[in-house]
Ligand binder design. Sequence first.
Ligand code: SF4
Ligand code: SF4
Length: 468
Amino acid sequence: MQPEVMKPDSESYRDSMSIVSKEGKRLWVYPRKPKGRFYNARGIVTFILLAFLFVTPFIKVDNHPFFLFNIVDRKFILFGLTFGPHDFYIFVIAMIAFAVFIILFTVIFGRVFCGWVCPQTVLMEMVFRKIEYWIEGDALKQKALNAAPWTTRKVLKKYFKYSIFFVLSFVISNFLLAFIIGIDDLWKIVTDPPTQHIAGLISMLSFTLLFYWIFAWFREQACIMICPYGRLQGVLLDQNSMVIAYDHVRGEPRGKIRKDEVRTNGDCVDCKLCVDVCPTGIDIRNGTQLECVNCTACIDACDHVMDKTNMPRGLIKFASANGILNRTKFKITTRVVGYSIVLVILIGVLSFLLANRKDIDVSILRAPGMLFQEQPGNKISNLYNVNITNKTFADASLSLKLENVQGELKIIGNELKVNANEVSEAKFLVMIDKANLKTMNTPLTIGIYDSDKKIDELSTTFLGPKPN
Ligand code: SF4
Ligand code: SF4
């Protein structure tokens, strides 16, 4: 059932939800199958996104995943570069930049991300819904089938549809898991005896059931009632934001078209096709609504009607409220400029941090609370702590050398070995002949070597007694 069409100046439609009846029951949405140029373009975008989902886990760089989002072990790989807990500050700035980007994008383009890129809408409308149309037919046939008694034909159709939904949910959950644990570990879960990967199997099954539940039953409620991004629209959108909008100036007063009549009404022929195709069950002619995911299905439907009635396309279009009311073009507002400046600064900081990020990060500090020690042979020693972060996929074996003074550098205990993606700490002594110390505080330069290759140079100081 679709909502009653309200007058465009009425706000009462905001008091209720398109998918909930007056009695508080869910109204199942049966959107009519869309067709048109925007739907075709969405098909291409969907193909690219699905290719990303199904191909990326197989791409490897140096035998490691191209992308990995292992939240459990706090290990992330982006474009073949590994990031771990030691990159927390980069992660925080990247997240802030991403949030500002989303805000800026939404302020300008509204909720177009939801309709075109969000996995929920893409999978629901462009994959699961298409399967539903294929098996059960268009909206009217689906309604009729649901209302019909349980015959063998109905049971078979439902069984076939939900079996495909389940298998697809299973495949999607596997690939999602591949982004978290990597395709090799996923393959182990699939091929090893189940008892060896109980946790993995539970995750796989939980994701499958969750996706199945969402795409078979929960559907548009995820966008309308749960998605936090959807909730943010109210504060992010303004009169200059581009949204899917009905041109009420041109369309009203709406009225059916009659043969041979001289039309005095607006261009909307009140065919309700825009309402019929809407996957969230709203009437866009009421104005911008929280439920609208900017899928553009109503644009295609209305353009089709305009073509048939020999009226110009664009009665429903991508436009701002001001653009429709005042016929003005897109305006760059102070808000847009402000967010853009913040975003440019954040991207600048992020780029700087990434450009200066070292594969192996070493820091050296003199042991706290200690000055210097007298050693046999007229030598003075200082004790240092060294902290090494290996951000690569390979184990590293480092050595340290004094670069600017003659002396001895002795690692205490084990060699400086750091496993891939791990942090290691050690202590070392620097011993210098008293005769070589000209001040109480001698600057020291220590070279860091990986095999024989110098990878870094660090400065510290060496404390000694007052020279004679
Ligand atoms: S109103 Fe139009 S753009 Fe918005 S969800 Fe419905 S069909 Fe999609
Ligand atoms: S599809 Fe276009 S003409 Fe038909 S009701 Fe919607 S806005 Fe009016």
